[in-house]
Design a protein around this ligand. Structure first.
Ligand code: FE2
Length: 583
């Protein structure tokens, strides 16, 4: 008998749904991709509808629905935290209580209402960090692995260490709230004027501009880290237990003033703070990984939780050991909990065996909806776009590769949407990484923003070791590892450029070419790499091979296709060419 399990994450941030059938991942998507509300926390009705549609199911066909965490345990944490800080925490508690009273404490009722009366299956709840751990281990290419999950907080746990073998995983140790690496990083995200829960990657991208001069201050005053990677935070520097902000006055006094106002000018102080907390984060992750290795004896590591999206720390872990191989869940944040909880039901509750795929079972993370040529044609007609249809893929790829080599920017929309925060080649904007103007052109004319961060490179897998400090057998198909560009591709700055590198405007600094691949090289020569291979990436791989034939360059720019295609941009000769039927 075929069994269908639906996993759900919701009501905090990154709501998502994931469907597995007989242990195979059928579909997974975040609600934000349908609602266009970034980090949408609402019940993921549209994502669930999509998963059911993809599986050819109605909610009455679901055998199990599982929620990614245990709301009552989470409420206990909220209550105990409030009591520990009483009367200071009253404001925060008063804000949170109505939401809990009206919906979060009655999640079973809410979920059943969302699924409709046809749903007759079982409703289960898994543990937050166990869901993260399952999302990392079960789809991984390893029969056995150490597990490390690190985020802001689940029910009580803020990070956990575990071990997975075959179809079982076990969490062995955990660090508990309020001591949390994710919270520490988010506190600095808040203080430097970025959005908590979504701006952390901007802080990571800001770090290479800074001097980590606050590291000692952070270690001496705010955080103590132990040899095993666990940490203790001095809570007098924070306000997230009792207040509505992340940091306290004492934190502000320590770093010389109030938090930077969002969108205001970024000063050297913010850059130095970013560099400092990034160093601290890397140190904690490296220590935790070494301890995990000693504790489990495993030679491979899997990771999940929001901190596992810190690809600079991941890159160091890959280069500095102690693990032979590392696999990270691409939807490492709470969206991935939907997938993990569904896999937990399959392997733990139902005790079904696990078939290990040597590549991995995540299917390139292309788990979202695809559109037919007819759908796309209708849309393009409706917005009055100029377009051409290619029935021959080689003709299409040859045209696109040539356009890329001529410094044109391509909107690359094909196949199934990615699950996870990164554009991996299905909903991407592509460009020539060799172009010195590409970073600015893409930001200002296409993404309608200005940014101090370079774009990420896609590199043909067979060339990754020639361009970046990675081994030929290492890959990064989910853009989760940062690696330095090799020396031979770097460029010596002129004395005028060295002076320009002191410019307070970061856009000036990022526009100075650092290498033969200026659009994708950060000021410290690092790059957030996506390796492209023929099995996972099919058409994108074939496109890049064509581009390589023309240019001799196996690297292109890949950034997310996030802007809304509307009538005006369709008329501005933006080119839509990705009209080949799905693989
Ligand atoms: Fe989490």
């Amino acid at each position: 008998m075929v069994l269908n399990v639906l996993g759900i994450s919701a009501f905090y941030h990154d709501s998502a749904a994931a469907l597995i059938r007989d242990g195979e991942i059928i579909a997974a998507a975040q609600e934000e991709r349908f609602s266009r509300q970034k980090g949408d926390p609402r019940f993921p009705s549209t994502a669930i509808d999509y998963c059911l549609r993809e599986g050819g199911l109605a909610s009455g066909d679901l055998d199990y629905v599982v929620f990614y965490e245990k709301p009552l345990v989470k409420f206990e944490r909220l209550l105990e935290t409030y009591l520990a800080y009483v009367p200071k925490g009253f404001q925060a508690f008063r804000k949170a209580l109505p939401v809990w009273a009206s919906s979060k404490l009655h999640l079973a009722r809410e979920i059943k209402a969302g699924l409709g009366s046809e749903f007759r299956g079982q409703l289960l709840f898994s543990d937050h960090h166990e869901s993260h751990a399952a999302s990392a281990f079960f789809p991984s290419p390893f029969e056995e692995a150490a597990i490390l999950t690190v985020d802001a907080v689940g029910e009580w746990a803020t990070s956990s260490i575990g071990h997975g073998k075959g179809n079982r995983l076990q969490l062995l140790q955990e660090l508990r709230f309020p001591h949390s690496l994710g919270m520490l990083y988010s506190a600095f995200t808040y203080y430097t004027g970025f959005q908590v829960n979504s701006g952390e990657y901007k802080l990571m991208g800001l770090a290479p501009y800074g001097n980590p001069r606050f590291v000692d201050e952070i270690f001496n005053r705010i955080v103590k880290i132990m040899e095993d990677g666990s940490l203790w935070l001095d809570m007098s520097y924070f306000n997230y237990c009792q207040g509505l902000t992340m940091t306290s006055e004492k934190f502000h006094d320590l770093f010389g003033g109030p938090p930077r106002l969002p969108e205001s000018f970024i000063t050297q102080k913010e850059m130095d703070l970013a560099a400092s907390v990034q160093k601290v984060c890397e140190e904690v992750v490296l220590r935790a990984a070494r301890y995990t290795s000693r504790l489990t004896g495993a030679t491979n590591l899997v990771m999940a939780g929001g901190v596992a999206l810190n690809c600079v720390a991941n890159g160091r872990l890959l280069r500095e050991g102690p693990f032979d191989q590392i696999w990270i869940q691409p939807a490492a944040g709470d969206a991935g909990g939907a997938l993990g909880s569904a896999l937990l039901v399959w392997h733990h509750v139902l005790n079904k065996p696990r078939k290990v795929n040597p590549q991995d079972s995540q299917k390139g993370s292309f788990l979202g909806p695809a559109f037919s040529n007819d759908d796309i044609g209708l849309f393009l007609d409706a917005v009055g776009a100029e377009y051409a249809y290619y029935s021959d893929e080689s003709e299409l790829l040859s045209r696109v590769a040539r356009l890329l080599s001529q410094d044109k920017v391509i909107g690359w929309f094909q196949g199934r949407m990615e699950f996870g925060p990164r554009a991996l080649g299905s909903r991407s904007i592509l460009g020539d990484a060799r172009s010195a103007r590409m970073q600015q052109t893409m930001n200002l004319k296409i993404k309608f923003r200005e940014s101090f961060r370079p774009f990420a490179p896609c590199v043909l897998k067979e060339f990754v070791h020639e361009y970046f400090d990675m081994r030929p057998d290492e890959n990064s198909p989910y853009m989760l590892f940062v690696a330095p560009l090799r020396e031979q591709h770097r460029r010596q700055l002129t004395s005028a450029e060295v002076t320009q590198m002191q410019d307070p405007d970061l856009r000036v600094r990022v526009s100075i070419p650092r290498s033969a691949l200026p659009a994708v090289t950060h000021v410290d020569f690092s790059a957030r790499i996506q390796t492209i291979d023929p099995d996972r990436h099919g058409r994108l791989y074939r496109l890049m091979r064509q581009f390589y034939e023309i240019t001799g360059c196996p690297v292109i720019v890949n950034t997310s296709l996030t802007y809304v295609v509307n009538r005006s941009c369709a008329r501005s000769k933006t080119l839509f060419t990705a009209l080949w039927p799905p693989r």
